[in-house]
Design a protein around this ligand. Structure first.
Ligand SMILES: CCCCCCCC/C=C\CCCCCCCC(=O)SCCNC(=O)CCNC(=O)[C@H](O)C(C)(C)COP(=O)(O)OP(=O)(O)OC[C@H]1O[C@@H](n2cnc3c(N)ncnc32)[C@H](O)[C@@H]1OP(=O)(O)O
Length: 230
């Protein structure tokens, strides 16, 4: 399947996966931040997150699911996105400090998560542990942090199916508050694709699946390579 940038998503992801191996431990002198794959267990992961990770890694061995690496810096394969869509007049020093929002916290304090995709079924699953810096109401996870993770999960689902996309609309029903430091299961799937529009839905449940925390629908638009974004 080809994306609007003329690269197939396999090429994008190949870039991501190649990068994981070759540059994963590269240090960025400007701020001494190691660009690494965060979608792997670290000591802050609780038992639930580790169990879910192990369970899905076994599914990966069986073949239908794939773990998605997640680095704090954009992979080299997104250079094309930058060249086409990012204003060249933006200050280079600040741009070189850019990092993925969800990977900008120290381990355990913010967003700890791992995503797995099943391309044949057009599904992405995310296991998310909300760290203590994501508090909204005391003891519970901030709604903006939940929205961020729903956007990231449905965005990845749309990207796997449709190439380079941006969020045009995100609707969330928050049904139950998510306890801080707990793990939730986010399941997303492509509902339909109409031209450049990719419709995705997502639900957020407790690990035992008994509690439905949130339900969401998103609309992503495949970017037109001939249109400037700003
Ligand atoms: C972040 C980039 C990622 C790229 C790389 C992907 C890597 C994936 C890897 C890892 C996933 C990580 C996940 C990250 C997740 C985070 C994503 C974000 O945070 S995105 C930031 C928030 N979103 C914006 O800032 C968009 C602002 N909006 C826009 O720039 C434009 O509106 C845009 C690009 C969305 C569409 O603009 P047009 O000019 O290309 O397209 P037009 O002609 O307006 O619309 C096309 C069709 O869509 C409909 N449409 C557009 N917006 C709609 C809406 N809100 N509701 C309903 N329909 C809408 C229109 O009516 C039109 O439909 P008709 O073809 O006429 O049938």
């Amino acid at each position: 399947m080809s994306s609007t940038l003329g690269l197939s998503w396999d090429q994008h992801h190949l870039g991501q996966e190649v990068q994981m191996g070759s540059v994963a431990r590269r240090s960025f002198a400007s701020e001494n931040v190691v660009n690494r794959d965060h979608a792997l267990p670290n000591p802050s992961w609780n038992k639930d997150l580790r169990l879910l990770f192990d369970q899905f890694m076994r599914k990966c061995e069986a073949g239908s699911w794939k773990r998605l690496p997640s680095n704090n810096h954009s992979p080299q394969s997104f250079q094309d996105f930058q060249t086409r869509f990012v204003d060249p007049k933006l200050p280079k020093e600040q741009i070189s400090q850019a990092r993925l929002f969800t990977r900008s916290f120290e381990d355990g304090l913010g967003f700890e998560y791992v995503m797995f995709c099943n391309d044949a079924e057009k599904r992405v699953v995310c296991f998310f542990q909300a760290g203590p810096y994501l508090q909204g109401a005391p003891g519970f996870t901030h709604g903006g942090a939940i929205a961020t993770m729903i956007d990231a999960t449905t965005g990845m689902c749309a990207f796997r199916a449709g190439g380079v996309v941006m969020t045009a609309n995100l609707n969330i029903n928050y049904k139950r508050p998510i306890p801080l430091c707990s793990v939730v299961v986010m399941k997303s799937q492509i509902d339909k694709v109409e031209g450049r529009k990719v419709f995705v839905s997502c639900n957020v449940r407790s690990v035992d699946e008994e509690t439905l925390y949130s339900e969401a629908t998103s609309l992503f638009i495949k970017l037109d390579p001939n249109k400037k974004l700003a």
